[in-house]
Design a protein around this ligand. Structure first.
Ligand code: FES
Length: 113
């Protein structure tokens, strides 16, 4: 069954930055993060396809120094923000797992199910 979760306002995520979220529902824990680029948001499960560890090295730190790519803190794999494709590193060619987001009235929402 699908559900919609209200996460935050768009402006709660600074432009060109990311923010991590943990959603606990009916015994399930979903860890994911959202990257904002202007009026666009991109969301992925916080799990590196290489070993399955979390990507961030500090809370909300998911991007490389340039801010143009997602970076895994463990072995440095780099992922495109727009589709989660790994373009460099041990999991090159694999993708992050995306989550379904809805942006409505400047509210960022997650759709599950
Ligand atoms: S665990 Fe992410 S690159 Fe190795």
């Amino acid at each position: 069954m699908s559900a919609i979760y209200n996460l935050c306002a768009l402006n709660d995520i600074p432009d060109q930055k990311a923010r991590g979220f943990t959603l606990e529902t009916e015994g399930n824990k979903l860890e994911f993060f959202i990257v904002r680029k202007g009026d666009q948001v991109y969301g992925y499960i916080n799990r590196c396809p290489h070993t399955g560890v979390n990507l961030d090295w500090q809370p909300d730190q998911f991007l490389d120094l340039t801010g143009y790519q997602i970076q895994c803190s463990t072995h440095g794999a780099l992922f495109r923000i727009r589709d989660g494709l790994c373009v460099y590193g041990p999991c090159q060619g694999q993708h992050l797992t995306s989550v379904n987001l809805l942006l409505e009235n400047n509210r960022v929402q997650l759709i599950t199910g």
